[in-house]
Unconditional design. Sequence first.
Length: 195
Amino acid sequence: MNCAKKGKLFVIAGHSGVGKGTLVALLREKNPEIKLSVSVTTRKPRPGEINGVSYFFTEKETFHEMVKQGCFLEWAEFAGNCYGTDKEIVEKNLAKGQDIILEIDVQGALQVTDKNPEAVLIFIESPSFEELKSRLLGRKTESEQDIQKRLSVVEFELAQKNRFNYSIVNDNLDKAFIELENIIKQEMVKNDIIR
């Protein structure tokens, strides 16, 4: 009998500006044993972002070569930039029993569940479209044109919500965090029972 516990893969997704990053940061602060998978991207670093911590920043040519070699668990191109999750890093950590969080977009989350049906998909959504627009504008990290591109994708993403295991409306950060943490703990208990 194999008693080695495989880690659990949690995929936290939702439209841009919904607060995924804030919720994940709170979750990891309180639960540092859960590892955050660092994505690979071709976009330029924003102020304060650190290579290898925030993202692995790379050139488009390198990224596309990695796609050809099948290096990604999921990947997507958005607003002219590519984002992907290194498959080898995730698989090695899960095999060692490490629980992992992916903080990615909806398109990527659906790719992950196709390849890893045991992944737990958690959809984070804003209370309204207007609230989302206000959050994106408030970040002041993107141009008005990039924000409009992001908003145009929201309708598609909301239509995919029923493909997720859980959905959380982030209308109150404390409440949304408690919901997220309860889901994670519940799924970890299930994982311990199954092994």
